[in-house]
Design a protein around this ligand. Structure first.
Ligand code: AMP
Ligand code: MG
Length: 415
């Protein structure tokens, strides 16, 4: 990477957001090292290696219902069958052996040897010690075969999988108590700007509260990082440089917001160029601004814009793929749903636009996206009060009301 102190670095022209995300991710390597954690501490962690089942799931053939286990061949085709009840097995009981007859069985209990079908208790009639079974049964009904969910030796989760509660359930069912995961990347975070004030402190004239750091801390944590919060830095190049160097020694990545555009007080670029190198990417999006990518004393750096909505978009599409790679995780593509635009909209061709929308479900089931009135890149209320983003493609210039648009719920974008 190359850079000029105080200049725009390697300005490689306008690039698409997808390309920015991919290029950013390509600059980092997964943090080294593996640790073993108990399952109860593994939610959100990244699997260091694939998990292969060492047992069958279920481990033995068992009943899926409360009912009667039978041998299918003992049932009369197309007619009811009367059979004596020969035994009874509840969940946790040892496995029985079925002779010619039926066997009382409960959900999760091992199917007796010799039985191949279970008839639900709702479908039978009891008559003394006998049971009358219905005319229509299916071979193998209501029976869970050993290994039908997972066969021993099968890979159930790949390396790089970010573990979810569902995965932990599966691993526990396979008898795993601990799991090998990757180290979390340590990410240094700071905000830059002379106008920024820590929430809770009195606000001086012309000052604003630092909103980005609260949002970024939480986003970083959701992306699986250990956050080192370095607070607010002033628009002062030497001070910025000193903090960048310090952070670089202690972290795997540095994330900042503000100070990367072309104003006189935008010193992050100069500070970065002085202690490392900088590329400034002009990303073809709205809202959005340049995103600074580079390295400070050998540690990867990503400088997000100052405006909070641009910070959110830049984080989700550029920082998140980078963090996934750093964490050794398989990148998760944002979730997209079709929605109907409840508005019309004009835009400039050549850039991708993100509109904050709220969803409304109509009686006929259609999902209508309503544009939030707060449109500016600084509007945090619009970000907090909307449900997600509608994405308008680069080539589009005019969106007609009623057209189908891709909708990205915040829930699918780390929140
Ligand atoms: P900058 O890129 O530093 O010129 O910032 C662009 C806009 O974002 C300015 O209006 C800043 O006041 C605002 N801004 C920068 N950092 C933050 C922050 N941490 N929280 C809220 N707004 C910010
Ligand atoms: Mg600033």
């Amino acid at each position: 990477m190359t850079g000029r102190p105080g200049g725009a670095g390697t300005d490689i022209g306008l690039i698409s957001l997808d390309e920015a995300g991919a290029r950013a991710a390509a600059r980092v390597a997964p943090v080294p090292g593996v640790l073993e954690l108990p399952l109860v501490e593994a939610d959100g962690r990244v699997l260091a290696e694939a998990v292969v089942a060492r047992v069958d799931l279920p481990p033995f053939a068992n009943s899926a219902v409360d009912g009667y286990a039978v041998r299918f061949a003992d049932l009369r085709p197309g007619a009811e069958t009367r059979l004596p009840v020969l035994g009874r097995t509840a969940a946790g009981d040892p496995v029985g052996t079925l002779g010619r007859g039926a066997w009382r069985i409960f959900t999760g209990a091992p199917v007796p040897d010799g039985a191949d079908t279970v008839v639900m208790q709702e479908d039978v009639t009891l008559s003394g010690d006998e049971v009358i079974l219905p005319s229509q049964s299916r071979l193998g009904a209501n029976l869970r075969r050993a290994g039908e969910d997972v066969a021993r030796g099968q890979e159930v989760l790949p390396a790089g999988r970010r573990l979810r509660p569902r995965d932990l359930g599966l691993l526990a069912a396979l008898g795993l108590e601990r799991v090998r995961v990757r180290h979390r990347p340590r990410v240094a975070l700071f905000s830059t700007g002379d106008e920024l004030t820590e929430p809770g402190r009195p606000l001086k004239p012309a000052a604003i509260y630092d909103a980005n750091r609260a949002m970024l801390r939480a986003l970083l944590a959701r992306a699986g990082a250990d956050v080192v919060d370095l607070g607010i830095l002033r628009d002062e190049p030497t001070d910025l440089e000193r903090h960048l160097r310090e952070a670089a020694g202690a972290c795997d990545l540095i994330v900042t917001s503000g100070g990367v555009s072309v104003g006189d007080a935008d010193h992050v670029k100069a500070a970065l160029s002085a202690c490392g190198s900088l590329d400034l990417w002009r990303v073809a999006i709205k809202p959005g601004k340049p995103i600074a990518i580079g390295e400070a004393a050998g540690t990867p750096f990503i400088g997000l814009p100052g405006n909070p909505v641009a910070v959110f978009v830049g984080f989700v599409f550029v920082a998140w793929p980078l963090l996934a790679r750093l964490a050794g995780a398989t990148a998760e593509a944002p979730v997209v749903f079709p929605a109907k635009a409840g508005f019309h909209h004009r835009k400039k061709a050549g850039r991708r636009e993100f509109l904050r929308v709220t969803l409304e479900r109509r009686d006929d089931g259609a999902v209508i996206a309503r544009k939030h009135p707060g449109e500016g890149a600084a509007s945090l209320a619009s970000l907090a009060q909307s449900d997600g983003l509608v994405v308008l493609a680069e080539e589009l210039e005019q969106l007609e009301e009623g057209s189908t648009v891709p909708f990205l719920p915040y829930a699918g974008l780390l929140g």
